[in-house]
Design a protein around this ligand. Structure first.
Ligand code: NAD
Length: 392
């Protein structure tokens, strides 16, 4: 009888699990269902561009129906309500429920607010296409409002957190804000664009030279860096920093960090700091019929340090999970996860970027880094379909 594979999440880990499982199992062998909150597979590595109006929504929100057409994979659009790993069933908030023989948890990560008072209520985030659209609409509205009111809080934009998400967003805003200001008769020199970072430096994963390169490039375009200054409280439009200074703003985007998915953390499988622990074959360490792909799991490298939750890791995990479920169903040996790191690329706006690529960490600056980032997106898109291209 055909087995049931249920995949929760249609992001990098979930989509690749589905494609890989179907490549290894016939329809007679397994029925595959992907549950996702939206009907689209979202290219979240490009959300910063959508948030500044620099790419179209259709380039970053790819309909799952099209991606999975002819692949004999069922799609259920809905929100997961509960996961019963003992009873082997999953309920959605729309009342439907699904049983499984193998479950893939690929629900991604959630924003971590670190308990900072007032932060969640008074900030925007950049985790999905709808978040990115919300930021773009909001930014345009604030500039329009400033043209009328001359209220400084409308002309002040604060990004909280100088990791890759925050830096890529601020680079895009630095490029796009001048045009938005012009369209509304606002002088761009009236605008304050802050990047606030708790640690002494932004982007600690890069060399000091590359970090300086990023800072100089962004400062030239109007970004003001406030480093070694964690945000400690947000009250309405007032952001308080550790040294007691305050910034009045009507736009705070929080990019200060992520944590595991709470549905996964609380479903009864073994977790480490809220992220599922996995065997070498990417099964849950407590429930062998549950497989993990992407940010909701923690994978430790050979030195015992967890790998950062990235798209490239999620993609590779998904591919192995699909193959390993097929192996488990057929009573064959499962493979161990051996991640391949192609490096890290950070976009600094339309035409600039930095990167450290390949096993030896070759450093890239400027156009080569930007082009490499575009090439890496194109490679992903051609990998999942071969038909889609980003509309640059
Ligand atoms: P992050 O955790 O990497 O960075 C968050 C930053 O916010 C840190 O520098 C931290 O010091 C800072 N911060 C924390 N608390 C703060 C506070 N109170 N005030 C001010 N700053 C504070 O989070 P991220 O940038 O969202 O990245 C999440 C994951 O996604 C990472 O693993 C990253 O590698 C990955 N990612 C990759 C790319 C890419 O490859 N281009 C892009 C985006 C995200």
């Amino acid at each position: 009888m055909s087995k049931e594979i249920l995949i929760l999440g249609g992001g990098y880990g979930g989509l690749l699990s589905a494609l890989s499982a179907r490549a290894h199992l016939t329809v007679g062998e397994a029925n595959i269902t992907v549950v996702n909150r939206a009907g689209t597979h979202q290219i979240i590595t490009e959300l910063h561009r959508l948030a500044a109006g620099n790419v179209s929504e259709k380039a970053v929100a790819l309909p799952l129906e099209k991606l999975l057409k002819g692949k004999q994979v069922n799609i259920a659009v809905g929100e997961v309500q509960s996961i019963d790993v003992e009873g082997k069933k999953v309920a959605l908030t729309n009342g439907s429920s699904y049983r499984y023989d193998a479950l893939v948890l690929a629900l991604g990560s959630e924003t971590n607010y670190f308990g900072i008072p007032g932060l969640q209520e008074n900030s925007l985030i950049l985790k999905s296409v709808s978040d990115a659209n919300r930021i773009f609409v909001h930014v345009k509205e604030r500039i329009k409002a400033y043209a009328q009111s001359k209220n400084r809080a409308d002309a002040t934009f604060v990004i909280g957190g100088g990791g890759l998400t925050g830096v890529e967003l601020v680079g895009e805003l630095a490029d796009e804000l001048p045009a938005i200001c012009r369209q509304n008769g606002v002088d761009f020199t009236d605008i304050s664009l802050y990047l606030v970072e708790a640690m002494p430096t932004i982007l600690p994963m890069f060399s000091p030279e590359l970090i300086q390169r990023a800072v100089t490039s962004l400062e030239k375009r109007g970004v003001e860096f406030l480093t070694s200054l964690p945000i400690t409280e947000v009250k309405g439009q007032t952001v308080t920093l550790k040294d007691g200074r305050t910034i009045d703003t009507n736009t705070l985007v929080w990019t200060g960090g992520v944590q595991g998915n709470s549905l996964v953390a609380n479903c009864g499988i073994e977790v480490n700091r809220g992220r599922a622990t996995v065997t070498e074959a990417l099964q849950s360490t407590s429930h062998p019929d549950v497989f993990l792909a992407g940010d909701c799991a923690v994978v430790f490298g050979p030195e015992g340090r967890p790998y950062p939750p990235t798209a490239q890791l999620a993609w590779q995990m998904g591919e192995l999970v699909g193959a390993n479920i097929a192996a488990a169903f057929k009573g064959m040996k499962m493979d161990s996860f051996q991640p391949v790191f192609s490096g890290t690329l950070a976009s600094l706006g339309r035409k600039d970027g930095i990167g450290s690529v390949g096993e030896t960490g070759i450093e890239l600056r400027g156009l080569p880094a930007s082009l490499m980032k575009k090439a890496s997106n194109a490679r992903y898109l051609s990998h999942i379909n071969g038909l889609f291209t980003l509309a640059y």
